[in-house]
Design a binder for this molecule. Structure first.
Ligand code: 13P
Ligand code: SF4
Length: 320
């Protein structure tokens, strides 16, 4: 998009960005107007990699709280702001650090693998972090003589077990939005569009993943759609991702859950294609957090120190 197409609010954000020497990082689920002002838009792995290498003084993190925390852990001396401090995640909520510590105490041979969708306090208790983009690789690299404990997403954990053949004890958390996608919806879309490829996020239920042509992270979904010769794709994840897909593949068609609704396919009227946490961020809030340098992510130094190791281990294994 050329700069002339931007609104006055977007221009205000560009000015603040220069004044602050800030970088704007946005997740693939953010609303289009936030994605369009960001320096980088990507999945959790790409965002962590960008945070690890930025030279900016201020990181404006447009995603959810655990993602901004990860950026802070990697940049303890930088200012990290986020548009809405209440942008949480149902996976993070499902796994409080004291409950995890209690389970870990039952088996000293546990090797704890945490999906990045967890709090800094949980990361500080873990051996390695994964994202949906590198979970298979990282679980394959886990020590063979340890009992693997995977937290907090049971569905992603199940999928990784299927891919790697490594048994794992699974924490019983889930993404409230992805578990709403129903097998019947996807089957009906398959019947209506037999030429379409079905792309599913691994946080979805197994019965839905089984219908997929590809199960992958949001960034890998975009790569799949760009490189696959199909012209139509059914996207089983948060609908914010459609903006980038349409931008990067203008000649292809993407069907997401709102389309299922329009087609009067069975949906129970749910809004499962929207993460209420990701959608708390607005362009106004992005401007305000830059103007006020608040809300800001602050973490106790001992948590930063302990949580950094498993994140760095993840980045190192990912780069191999
Ligand atoms: P990705 O890392 O695949 O973008 O997933 C993040 C997320 O929160 C999915 O719900
Ligand atoms: Fe968390 Fe699910 Fe929202 Fe992702 S989509 S941030 S996993 S609640």
């Amino acid at each position: 998009m050329t700069k002339e197409k931007f609104t006055p609010l977007a221009h205000e954000i560009f000015t603040l960005k220069q004044q602050l020497n800030a970088v704007i990082l946005a997740h693939n689920y953010q609303v289009p107007e936030i994605q369009d002002v960001a320096d980088f838009v990507g999945d959790s792995l790409g965002l962590a990699q960008q945070a690890a290498k930025t030279n900016a003084d201020v990181i404006v993190f447009c995603g959810v709280h655990f993602m901004a925390e990860t950026a802070k852990i990697l940049n303890p001396n930088k200012i990290v702001v986020l548009p809405d401090k209440d942008a949480g995640c149902s996976l993070e909520e499902s796994c409080p650090a004291p409950a995890l510590a209690k389970l870990q105490a039952t088996n000293p041979n546990f090797w704890t693998i945490a999906y990045i969708n967890c709090s800094a306090a949980v990361k500080a208790l873990c051996d390695v972090i994964v994202t949906s983009g590198n979970a298979e690789k990282i679980v394959n690299a886990a020590p063979k003589d340890r009992d693997l404990l995977f937290v907090p997403d049971e569905n992603l954990g199940q999928w990784v077990m299927e891919q790697t053949g490594r048994p794992m004890t699974l924490w019983k958390g889930n993404c409230y939005a992805h578990v709403e996608f129903q097998r019947e919806q996807v089957l009906a879309a398959k019947r209506q569009f037999p030429d379409a490829k079905i792309i599913v996020h691994p946080e979805s239920l197994r019965e839905v993943r089984e219908l997929a042509d590809a199960v992958c992270s949001t960034e890998k979904m975009i790569t799949y759609c760009k490189t696959n010769s199909a012209k139509r794709f059914v996207i089983v994840t948060e609908s914010g991702i459609i903006h980038r897909m349409q931008k990067e593949c203008p000649d292809k068609e993407f069907l997401c859950a709102p389309v299922f609704n329009a087609m009067k396919l069975p949906t129970d009227g749910c809004r499962c294609s929207e993460c209420k946490f990701m959608k708390m961020n607005t362009l106004e809030k992005v401007r305000d957090c830059m103007k006020n340098l608040a809300p800001r992510v602050e973490l106790p130094p001992e948590i930063i120190q302990r949580a950094r190791l498993p994140i760095e281990r993840m980045l190192e294994i990912s780069a191999r």
